[in-house]
Design a binder for this molecule. Sequence first.
Ligand code: GH3
Ligand code: MG
Ligand code: MG
Length: 223
Amino acid sequence: MTERSTRAPIFRVADTHVVQRLERASEQFGDHPLVAELEWLAHQYQRLEARLDKNKVLQEQAISDPLTGLMNRNGLLDRLNAECARLIREHTAFGLLMLDLDHFKAINDAFGHHAGDQVLIAVAATLRQHMRPYDVFARWGGEEFLLLVPAVERPALEELARRLLDAVRQVSVSGAPEVSEVRVSIGLYYCDQPESPADSVRKADIALYRAKEAGRDQVVTFD
Ligand code: GH3
Ligand code: MG
Ligand code: MG
């Protein structure tokens, strides 16, 4: 057996981490001049891996809301861009639900900012339970949430909006039990034609504004 064929399998071992392979090679050929090079390579590889992990954490942070743990506005806009592009490509449809807590300022004023924060956390956690895995639910800002519902039909979207409205009515705020009544208004927009992400958000927002004007604690559809 040649020296070459003895060495080759070490680098072909399946499911073995690259660093472990290099370390094993350095154990076996300890006095070979290339061992120092292999160790240096292993070290560089580990540094690169650490940097990749750190980048992943930073990327996660850039698109998440620290208070509720939901995705933030930037994260949702990325997904909405993709959904608008998919609609053109595959003739799909999607729904947007813009939610805004009713008289939230009064909750802050009556019970304090901390209680307000607890309401936001509780509402986010409750609503999350009603989502499908591929729905995209984000804190849009302040006491507003935006839900992107891909691959949905209009009646199912309307039913979901009603369920979310009901869920908020029944939310219990364990971190601030003094808050007994939480309500939300919801603007619904069903998008089944090509348009820009900004336009679709604007329409959900207009519907939300109408829900507020009509007395709050209700769903209004853009049409
Ligand atoms: P409306 O029914 O018309 O939506 O009335 P509102 O009081 O909910 O709306 P308004 O825009 O007057 O007030 C929103 C309040 O939300 C004001 C702001 O201080 C509060 N807010 C925004 N972000 C946070 C937050 O992260 N924590 C807390 N506690 N309050 C917040
Ligand atoms: Mg608001
Ligand atoms: Mg509000």
